[in-house]
Design a protein around this ligand. Structure first.
Ligand SMILES: Nc1ncnc2c1ncn2[C@@H]1O[C@H](COP(=O)(O)OP(=O)(O)O)[C@@H](O)[C@H]1O
Ligand SMILES: [Mg+2]
Length: 227
């Protein structure tokens, strides 16, 4: 059985900043297995977000090839890329990125509507996931009425609801205190076991290290360790 979800082959990313070229990633080679629970660790500016954005199809590499299963991401059109994200990837961000005028329920429902589901067919699924992240009692509230930890639970539910094969979480605990960070990590670890989704974090929170099964170190755009 082929367990490989994502392959990166000789990936580099160069940003133009004024007249200058800035190399954010240099010759990154990496494979991510189905069901993985892993993190990219490194100082600020080491390329973690750039790498997650490439894997998630939010940006394209300057050189190299990226494969999802056996499909080459780097030769997809913009529309195919959008479809790849909608169908396969859940994103979780440091600042939650919830829709402020929507309730918890509506925020979690939204990706299913984008994927073409009817609300009446999606309702049970939404309620089930909201329950799983422990927010059944907050379903009608808006993000501004929730704590940071609760907002991140909504973001986790929103990422999971469409049953993605991969969740990309960019510094998901960076805005949380230590107690909430641990609760979020335990929840994500549980959900990774219950659902099939692989989870890839970027972080410089050393608490994350205790939870992941694989940790990839980044420095100046290069992979310096993999353990
Ligand atoms: N859109 C961009 N334009 C120019 N430089 C960028 C852009 N995105 C990231 N960079 C640069 O690339 C480097 C890596 O950034 P990033 O991937 O955000 O690092 P990290 O997430 O590890 O903090 C940084 O030096 C950053 O300034
Ligand atoms: Mg970052």
């Amino acid at each position: 059985m082929n367990n490989k979800l994502i392959s990166l082959k000789g990936i580099s990313k160069v940003f133009k900043v004024g007249d200058e070229d800035f190399t954010a990633l240099i010759d990154v080679n990496l494979e991510i297995d189905s069901g993985a629970f892993m993190s990219f660790v490194g100082p600020s500016g080491s390329g973690k977000t750039t790498l997650l954005n490439l894997i998630g199809g939010l940006d394209i590499p300057t050189t190299g090839d990226l494969f999802f299963k056996n499909i080459k991401l780097s030769s997809m059109t913009r529309n195919q890329m959008a479809q790849y994200r909608r169908e396969n990837i859940g994103f979780i961000f440091q600042t939650y990125n919830l829709l402020p005028v929507y309730s918890v329920y509506e925020n979690v429902l939204f990706p299913l509507l984008l994927n073409g589901s009817k609300e009446k067919d999606a309702q049970d699924r939404v309620m089930d996931i909201v329950n799983k992240v422990g927010l059944s009692d907050q379903i009608k509230k808006r993000p501004s009425q929730l704590s940071g930890g609760q907002c991140q639970r909504v973001a986790i539910a929103r990422a999971l609801v469409k049953d993605p094969v991969l969740i990309l979480a960019d510094e998901p605990t960076a805005n949380l205190d230590s107690k909430n960070s641990i609760q979020i990590l335990e929840l994500m670890s549980d959900l990774n076991k219950q659902y099939k989704a692989a989870v890839v974090f970027s972080t410089h929170d050393e608490k994350v290290t205790r939870y992941v099964r694989r940790e990839i170190g980044l420095e100046d755009g290069k992979i310096i360790s993999d353990k």
